[in-house]
Every structure is written in C-alpha cells, then in structure tokens.
Design a protein around this ligand. Structure first.
Ligand code: BGC
Length: 802
C-alpha cells in the first residue's frame, strides 16, 4: 500500500457520497468535495464547495414551527466539465460504458486523480485523465486538468465546461424539510477569455464570484459555443482528437467573495486572479511546494504502511480545513470540516480535540481559532447577560457572528418526528475554549498571547462559570444546575418539567480547574500589564476571592465510589443492553419507541471520562482533595469501568477519549479505540454520516493520541515532559513539534527516545523523559533510554491513575 494515497477502483454509486467527502480538496479557505465534474446533485453525486466562514441564515416552517438556521452555504459549482463523442450523450460515470474507473487521492501533493476508460455505443474507446487541485499556494485558485486520448478512433470530441449556480444546500437528507436556497441574484458573463458567475447569499449578503479560464491544448481555432443563463454559464469546445494523441483542456478557476481581504470588489478580484493565474503545470508546482512545507511541519511517522496512510489521511483533512491560510481568516473549527453540510458548518466544542495537535505544530492556526472566539466575546457576554449571568456564555453552536446557532428542534429520521433539542444547555463549550487558551500558552510560552487573547478569554469564561455556580445553603456546596454535560443522551431528569441536569461532574470539576488556572494565568502576566488588564476587565479582589471559595466548595457527586455524571445519576435504571448492544444512536432508537435515554445509565460519549482526558491524575486528585473529596483508592479506575460499559459511542469523539483513558491500563483496549477512531471516516463508522462531512475532531484527536498520549507529552512550567509507552503496534514513532518557539524532533522506539533541536528558538530548553532531565541548546540532540516496558496497568499515564 502506498502510504500517501487513497485509491478507489471502480464506480460505486452507493459509496460515492463517502468517497466525495474523503476526496475533498481544500486549502483552509475553501474546499470542494471530490465529486465527479460531470455530475450534478442527483442522489448519487453531491458536488459541494464551501468557503470557511461563509454562512447564511434562512427561516423555514416545519412541524408547525418557524425555524431559523444558519448554514455554511454550498457555493456555485466550479467543477462542471463533461464531454461527448460524436452522436453520443454527455458523459456520465453512472451511465457510460466504463472499461476502467479509478480515483486516487494523492495526499503528498494534494491532487485528486481520476482515470476513466470508456466505450461509446459506436465502439469508440476514449481514455480520460483528470487531475484536480485546490491551491494551497494561492487560496483563491482551483484547477482541473483533463487529458483525452482517443484509443481506437479519430474525430471531434465536444467538451463542455460550466460554472453552475443552480446549487442549494441539500447534502443532508434530514435537513431537507428546511430551506436550502441560500443563493440569489445570480448573474453570468464573459470578460475576454473568461467566463464568470456571480451570486449573493440571501440574508448575509455575501457576494460570491467564480471566474474561469480554459486553456486548450492543442489550441482550437473555433470560438467556444456559449450557453448563458443567469445562474449557469457554459462553454463548449470541440477538440479534434487524433487516435493515440493526447489533447487536453485545463480549467483554471478563481473563487472570491466580498469578505475577502485586499480586494476592491469580488467580481474584479475573481477576474483578475483568473487572468493572472499561471497554467496548470505551474499552479501544480507551486501547490506541491506549499504541501511539501506543510507535510514537513505535520510530519508524524509511524510503523506500518496502512496506519501511516490513515494517519496521513487524517492529517491531510485537518490541514485542508485549517491551514496557514485559515490563520488570516476570522473562522472557527467547523465540526465536519469544509467537506459537507452536516451540522451546517457550525462550530461546537470540537476544537478541544483539534487545537492541541495544531498548537504543537501550527501555533499560528490555533491562535487564529482562539481569536475567532475572542472576537465573539461581545456576543457571548450579551448571551450571559440575557440569561441573568456574568462573563461570557459561549454558545454550544456558533457560526458567523457568535450568536447561539443551536437548533431548538431536530428530526429523528428513525421516527420521522421533530422533537425538542436542548443541546444549547451544553455550557461546557466555554470550558473547552478556556482549556485551549491555557494549553496554547503552556506550549508556546507566548506571553503576548496570554496577556491579550488568553487572559481575556479565561477571565470572561471564569466569570461566567462562577456566576453559574450558586451556593446551596443546605449542602454548603456550590452547585451548577440546569446544564447538560458532553453526553447528549441526558438533557433532563425523567419526567421533569424543564430540561437540564444538576452538577454535571465534568462541568463542575472543570469549572474549578478554570478558576484556579485563570488566577494562575493572571499571576503570570507582568504586574503593570496585569493591573491594566484587571482594570479593563473590571476584575476585583472580591470577585477572585469568590472564585477561590467556589474552587474549595464545588459539589461533586459520587455513587458506589464512582464519580457520578450528575446529581441523581445513580437513580436511573440500567438499560437492557441485550436489546441495544450495537446501536450507536440510542437516542433515536429509544425515541422511536416512545422512550428516552434520560431514563437510563447510558452515555452517548465520554462525559465524566473527559476529566481523565483533559487532566492528569495528579491534577484531578489535587482538585478533589481541595474540594474535600479525598479520592478513595481506585476511584478513577472504577469510574472508567462504570462508564465504559455504559457508553455506546454515538459520537466519533468518544473513541478518541476512550483510547486515551485506557492508554496505560488496557493497552489492547486503547489500541482498539485508536484504530476505530483512526479509520472512523474511512469506514464510515457511524453508518452514513461521513458522506455529509468528515469528523474533524476525531481526525485531529487521533493525531493527538499518537503525539501527546502515546508519548505522554506534557508542557509544564519547568519544561517539556515525556513518558512514552508506545502501543505494541507502534514500534517506532517519529515527529517534530514546536515547543516554546523551537522545533524539536522526537524519535521514539520501545527502548529509547531521541530528541533533536533545530537551530531556532531560545538558547536553552528543558526536556525530561521519564524524569531524566536534559537542557537542550540549539542543534543539540539527546538520547534518553526508556525503562523496561512495564506490566499493563502499572504506571500512571496521561489521565490514568496508578
Ligand atoms: C457530539 C458533540 C459534538 C458534535 C459535533 C455530536 O454528535 O455529541 O460532542 O460536538 O457532534 O461534532
């Protein structure tokens, strides 16, 4: 197996949507699904092009309700290109007499190849080779090269290329009752050799322009036949094919929007960029250089071609969604990439799984994502105020301007019913933002970031959670009531008149972590700057003293020496697992039976166990001790066991967390979760969802597992600490990270770790491996022998207790 490529042989209409998602090409500014250029959305194919941060809001009427949703907009399709031999219909993969059909995603170069051999009704055999790119060098350009060879005939071949604005958002079947006609005011035209198409989003008023240039070789004398409508422009060229002699058409396209920087207007920018764009070969060369640089920075080498390929596939899609180009944009982390319309391109808490990997590789991209949040602080503050609270209440789902975009009703495709959706009560999203802000500082040591973006986010989020926590005089404890934890199967107590749960352990404990960390972050900022910051934020000692008090008296519930997911969890019934053993979306199955997961001790995904994912056992124990809940011996292990056997992994994020939590105590189990998450989108583990977009959190989380979890890599104030214990299947691991502005290359095998510093960064850096410290100067290399591999279950690991 070539560890750089994903190959599909044959045309498989059933799996076309999945392949389109996995063959998406993007550059962090925009992406286009790997759809066949000759196809329109027809139930098999779904061409989709999405620009990061391009949203539009529409109101629909469903189930007697008016619902307003903001969608990441499916933009006009730049791909269309088809062809016809004399007297035949336009080529379409599904109907042509295919002799060969092959698609290959070349991840090293960021190119999608397609090879078609087909025979028409007259017996003429034509081979068609296509290469496609969405430029990583110039984020406004994309190109499609098509080369035709008439194998047993000579004659004219008609080639039709179009820009198609007749697209809507209809990529997700269960949203089809909702409006998807986001584009309006279409117009088309020509300018010199270019064709162009313009449209505008209905409510956000973003203008989108495509301009295309066709480079034909050998050149044809006749002018193109033009077909022009308001929402589609096509040009047809006739190539004179000679048997065995390749001839080609290259389509070079610029995609601009009125939100772009450095433009006068989107129309002139598109034309200008398409005019100035070089030919395909040069575009490809520049694109390959850009990818080469990215791969250098993203290097993560593991043993085994298949695992390596899958690691690269995940890396590739993360970087296509979040690239150095994204750092310049005002966008967050769309949960499903720029690869499809699931979750409407919304931004959830998934950056919690994405930023740790990015921060250690591409800190500028991670910083950009945190700034997306910072810019939406006013909206988050307004939301907190409207709820009678203080600080910043970041919304569970965010889009363009940081308003809460969470839907209030959702369709259960299993029962056909629209039911209330309370997931907006997942206040913990703010904790994820704060955690990332802190981690970013811990890894980069960037004081400018901490004193600017970092502390502002931390303080406003800390304020919010502190205001959410109320003292219950009866228990003498601070409590957080009426929220949801990460486990979306629990949104209310059975039979309760209002949604929300009390004292979700993850939320409460992470709130304590946040309040402590925020104070620590403030203390790190130089005094003058800190005083200015506190004055600007109106932060007083009275307020921080209250934080201190909450951080000593927050409530956490336990049952049977296990941390309870929330107050009263132990009173829930046990599910009859024999009936639902392999059902991932238990919520849908139970609702269809007029039942609800709220009644059972069952989780969609890791909730309490998130604590062991984010905090080391040491940190967690310290928090529990400080709260006056000295953890009984074995509490973490019992807690893991309890929830593990009651979780059905209805979210792809769940396997990431479980692989992490089991990394030291059950290495075989951890590896199983690791491979599930590594191949989750390739195998479409959630049964049909990948076609609607990749699962970005799981993809990046998998990379982070290899990097941070299996190396047990932690940025501490006194340096970078590693305690590697590689899984049996990963006998070598080689990667580079950026730590405190320096590049460190780490090569590990079961017996030793070599850490080599590049020539950049501060004069000296401290690293420690299994407690052995070394000070590395620029260019230094140090080998740390590893202790004998210890028996399973012995040593403490990332988040796992002894
Ligand atoms: C998960 C959430 C996640 C969202 C977007 C849901 O299925 O339960 O935790 O944020 O998907 O990925």
């Amino acid at each position: 197996m070539d560890p750089w490529s994903l190959v599909y042989e044959g045309f498989d209409p059933e799996r076309e949507g999945l392949r389109e998602a996995l063959c998406t090409l993007g550059n962090g500014r925009f992406a286009t699904r790997g759809a066949a250029p000759e196809a329109v959305a027809d139930g098999v194919h779904y061409p989709g092009t999405y620009v990061a941060g391009c949203y539009d809001r529409l109101t629909s009427k469903v189930a007697g309700q008016e619902l307003t949703n903001e969608d990441m907009v499916n933009l006009p399709n730049w791909l269309p290109l088809t062809f016809a031999t004399p007297g035949s219909e336009w080529f379409l993969a599904g109907t042509a007499g295919l002799l060969r059909y092959r698609q290959e995603l070349d991840m090293r170069h960021g190119v999608l190849h397609r090879l078609i051999r087909y025979r028409d009704a007259e017996g003429r055999i034509t081979s068609v080779r296509q290469r496609r790119l969405v430029s990583m060098a110039d984020p406004y350009l994309a190109a499609l090269e098509t080369t035709f060879t008439a194998e047993n005939w000579s004659g004219p071949l008609r080639v039709r290329s179009a820009l198609d604005g007749r697209v809507t958002n209809e990529g997700v079947a269960r949203y089809r009752d909702l409006r998807g006609d986001h584009l309006t005011r279409h117009a088309t035209g020509t300018r010199g050799d270019l064709t162009w198409l313009r449209a505008r989003t209905r409510s956000s008023g973003v203008e989108i322009v495509l301009a295309a240039r066709l480079d034909v070789s050998p050149d044809v004398a006749e002018p193109p036949e033009l077909e022009r409508h308001d929402d589609l422009i096509a040009e047809t060229r006739t190539l004179g094919l000679e048997r065995g002699r390749p001839a080609g058409i290259n389509k070079i396209v610029a995609l601009t929007t009125s939100r772009d920087l450095a433009i006068a207007d989107a129309s002139s920018a598109a034309s200008r960029r398409a005019e100035l764009a070089p030919g395909f070969a040069e575009l490809l060369e520049r694109h390959e250089i850009a990818w080469h640089d990215l791969w250098e920075r993203a290097r993560l080498e593991v043993t085994g071609a298949r695992i390596q390929r899958d690691v690269r596939l995940n890396t590739f899609h993360v970087l296509q969604t979040l690239s150095p180009h994204t750092a310049d944009l005002d966008v967050g982390v769309p949960a499903r990439g720029l690869h499809g319309e699931a979750y409407r391109g919304h931004v959830f808490w998934d950056e919690l799984f994405v930023l740790p990997w990015l921060t250690l590789r591409f800190p500028e991209i991670a910083r950009g994502v945190l700034r997306y949040r910072l810019r939406r602080l006013p909206e988050a503050r307004a939301a907190a105020r409207a709820a009678g609270l203080c600080g910043a209440m970041f919304p569970w789902q965010s889009g363009s301007d940081g308003r809460d975009e969470t839907q209030r009703f959702h369709l259960n495709p299993r029962s056909g019913r629209w039911t209330p959706d309370h997931s907006h009560l997942q206040r913990h999203v703010g904790l994820a933002i704060a955690y990332n802000a802190w981690q970013h500082y811990a890894v980069t040591g960037d004081m400018e970031f901490l004193a600017g973006t970092g502390v502002r986010l931390l303080v406003e989020i800390a304020r919010f959670f502190a205001s959410l926590a109320r003292l219950n005089p009866a228990s003498g404890r601070y409590e957080i009531q009426g929220v949801m934890g990460p486990d979306e199967y629990h949104d209310a107590y059975p039979g309760a008149p209002a949604p929300g749960l009390d004292n979700n352990a993850y939320t409460n404990i992470m709130t304590v972590w946040l309040l402590l960390r925020t104070r620590e972050a403030l203390d790190l900022v130089p005094r003058r700057a800190r005083e200015d910051l506190c004055r600007g934020l109106g932060l007083t000692d009275v307020e921080t003293e209250r934080w201190e008090e909450i951080a000593r008296r927050m409530r956490v519930d336990f049952h049977d020496e296990v941390i309870s997911q929330f107050t009263g969890y132990e009173r829930l019934a046990e599910l009859d697992w024999s009936r639902y053993r392999h059902v991932r979306r238990l919520d849908r199955a139970l609702e269809a039976e007029d039942d609800s997961p709220n009644r059972y001790q069952v989780s969609k995904q890791a909730d309490v166990l998130m604590l062991f994912y984010l905090l080391t056992a040491r940190e967690l124990r310290r928090i529990l001790d400080r709260l006056g809940y000295p953890p009984p011996p074995g509490v973490i292990r019992r807690t893991v066991r309890h929830y593990l056997s009651r979780t059905c992994h209805g979210s792809t994020l769940s396997a990431v967390v479980h692989a992490w939590v089991l990394a030291r105590t059950d290495r075989a189990g951890s590896w199983q979760f690791f491979t599930e998450t590594l191949t989750g989108d390739l195998t479409d583990v959630q049964g049909g969802t990948t076609a609607e977009g990749i699962h970005l959190g799981a993809m990046a989380g998998t990379l982070d597992l290899v990097q941070r979890c299996y190396l047990d890599l932690e940025a501490r104030p006194d340096g970078l600490h590693l305690n590697p214990v590689l899984p049996q299947h990963l006998t070598t691991l080689s990667l580079c990270v950026r730590y405190r502005d320096a590049e460190l290359c780490i090569d590990a095998d079961p017996t030793r770790v070599r850490i080599t510093r590049a020539d950049d960064g501060p004069p000296a850096l401290d690293v420690a491996v299994h407690g052995h410290h070394a000070r590395l100067r620029r260019g230094d290399s140090h080998v740390f022998p590893l202790p004998e591999r210890r028996a399973e279950g012995e040593p403490p690991g990332p988040g796992v207790p002894p």
